[in-house]
Write a protein that binds this ligand. Sequence first.
Ligand code: ZN
Length: 157
Amino acid sequence: MFELHYKAIKFDELDTEEREFIMDYFDETAEILKIDSLNEKLNFWAHRTEIYNHEEAERKASEKVLAEEKKRHEILSIECQKCKTQLETFILERDNEIPSFEFDIIKCVKCSELTILDKGCGIKRYRFLNYELIEELSKEEYDLSKALLRLEELKNA
Ligand SMILES: [Zn+2]
């Protein structure tokens, strides 16, 4: 039974570090829960393995959806200056009548670094990935230098 469930994780597809991580993770969690009997341990591991496989399948499915979305839409991408993550804006619909009316202050979801995004004009509908929108600065009120000052203010807050 033990071996069977371990095979279910498909260890062949994992690299050594991932393998060690999972082993450690199972051991540590079992430790924390003070699981003593071998039977309980086996049940626990089997359960964890199922959850792991489920999460893995979900992750793969969402990666696939994301890859397809990326092919379908124009993407504005800027790089987080701190952690190099791509901060992406998916353009779902354009309308050339729409002017560029704001600067966005956005936050990288990976490292929390703040930065300024100017999406430019003509964007009617969009969605974004890997960042959070913190503040929208109207261009009637803010030019780039004022927006940069506001950015510094927020960074130092
Ligand atoms: Zn970052």
